[in-house]
Design a protein around this ligand. Structure first.
Ligand SMILES: O=P(O)(O)OP(=O)(O)OP(=O)(O)OC[C@H]1O[C@@H](n2cnc3c(O)ncnc32)[C@H](O)[C@@H]1O
Ligand SMILES: [Mg+2]
Length: 168
C-alpha cells in the first residue's frame, strides 16, 4: 500500500511512517488552498483536507494524508492548533485534530504582523528549522512533546478511524 502525504516537512513524514509502519510513503506538493498561516480551527482543518485530496491527485496511492498547522483563539489566548485528514481513493474523508498549547503574547503580536509561526519560532528560540524539528509545541512544553509526536497522535486517530469504518 502506498500512502501519499501532502508535505515534505520531515516531522510530518516521520509521523506517518511511524504510525503506518511502512516506508511506502511518498511526498507530494499538495496545495492547502488556505493561508500560509491559518488562523482558526475551520481554516486549519480545511487546509488539511485540501492537502489530502491534492496529494492523491498529484501522485498514485491508496490513501492521501494532509497535515496542517495553524493557530486559533480561545477567549483571548492564541493556541497552536493542528489538523489532519485522510482521504481514500473513493473520496471518503476522515479528520482529526491535535493537542493545543497556549502561545505567549509576543508570538501572537508577531503573527498579527503577518509573519509565519515557523519564522517567528526560529527567531524566538534562537534555533533553526524549529518547524521541521521539535516545533513550537516542543519549545513550549520543554521538549516533552515534539511536533512529530503530536502528529503521530493525529495520524493514529486518522488510521484508527479509517480502519474502523473501512477495514472491518
Ligand atoms: O512544508 P509544510 O507541510 O507546509 O510544513 P510547515 O512547517 O510550513 O507547516 P504548516 O504549513 O502545517 O504550518 C503553518 C505555519 O505554522 C507553522 N507552524 C505550525 N506549527 C508549528 C510548530 O509546531 N512549530 C513551528 N512552526 C509551526 C509552520 O511553520 C507554518 O509557518
Ligand atoms: Mg506550510
Amino acid at each position: 500500500m502506498t500512502i501519499v502525504i501532502g508535505s515534505r516537512n520531515p516531522a510530518k513524514l516521520a509521523a506517518v511512517k511511524e504510525v503506518f509502519l511502512t516506508d511506502h510513503v511518498t511526498t507530494a506538493d499538495a496545495p492547502s488552498l488556505v493561508s500560509d498561516q491559518p488562523f482558526s480551527d475551520e481554516e486549519t482543518r480545511q487546509g488539511a483536507i485540501n492537502r489530502a485530496f491534492n496529494s492523491l491527485k498529484a501522485q498514485t496511492g491508496e490513501i492521501g494524508i494532509g497535515l496542517e498547522g495553524g493557530v486559533m483563539y480561545v477567549d483571548n489566548g492564541l493556541y497552536l492548533c493542528n489538523w489532519g485528514a485522510l482521504v481514500t481513493r473513493h473520496n471518503n474523508v476522515f479528520t482529526a485534530s491535535g493537542a493545543r498549547v497556549l502561545l505567549p503574547g509576543e508570538i501572537d503580536d508577531q503573527l498579527k504582523k503577518g509573519i509565519e509561526l515557523g519564522d517567528v519560532m526560529d527567531e524566538y528560540a534562537k534555533r533553526q528549522d524549529v518547524r521541521k524539528k521539535e516545533g513550537a509545541i516542543g519549545i513550549f512544553t520543554n521538549d516533552h512533546v515534539s511536533r512529530k509526536e503530536m502528529f503521530v497522535h493525529v495520524v493514529s486517530l486518522l488510521r484508527g478511524q479509517w480502519e474502523y469504518w473501512e477495514q472491518q
